[in-house]
Design a protein. Sequence first.
Length: 287
Amino acid sequence: MPAEVPDRPPAGVPRCAVLGDPIAHSLSPTLHRAGYAALGLDWRYDAVRVPAGGLTAFLDGIAEDPSWRGLSLTMPLKREVLDLVPHRDPRVELAGGANTVVLARDGRPTRLDNTDLPGAVAAVAERHDAPLTAATILGAGATAASTGLAAVERGARRLRLIARDAERAAPTAAVLRAHPAAPVVEVLGLDARPVGELLISTVPAGAQDDALVARCAQVPVVFEVVYHPWPTPLAAAALADGRALVSGLDLLVHQAALQFTLFTGVPAPLAAMRAAGEADLAARTEG
């Protein structure tokens, strides 16, 4: 199925969108629209299904449309875009993918960025402002790479990557090792115990059994990237024990706020965006 292109808004209304597949679940429209409303900006933000291989067609479809200002990218487009836009922030090279495309007034891409990395750094710093020495990451996908890099940015020099399949974890381990700080990265199986002050979980709630929760009970800071359903077993345990908890919503809000500023040129209303995200997730839980 080809990529969709939303109907053109009224003349003069700037627009942005989040692209990916699947996309219906995305919180990005809620967050960005709340930012526009808080600042009185007459902007439009859509969620558009663009499957793997469809990004070129989408970009061709919006070329020469002066209303477009920026695109947020989710899976499976974060690496696909690298072959399409040459100008990129160094964070893109570091993370091996981009989640942000800044568009010129002719609708053409001018810059790639990755706000997942600084967003994760800000999310952790908001809940735990002390520097790290080591961290453990559950899972080995793209989110594990960006959040693991954030741990290195916060000072971690030893990373333990706990994954079901060591071979599939190899690309993520390589991304982490390539950080200029040269952290020591070890890849271990699911029965391994965590190390360090920070546990980053990128695994589904259904994979968080009692044994895993028990093994992670002594880690003082938990970063749970899953935000629905909430709380996950790891998040619930952290809340019950009074440990510091960084949520997936914290990450989403901070990375979206950075995108908001790149697209609009004005500081993002973080509190309004967070409140909107919390209300949306509460409604989904009630539903």
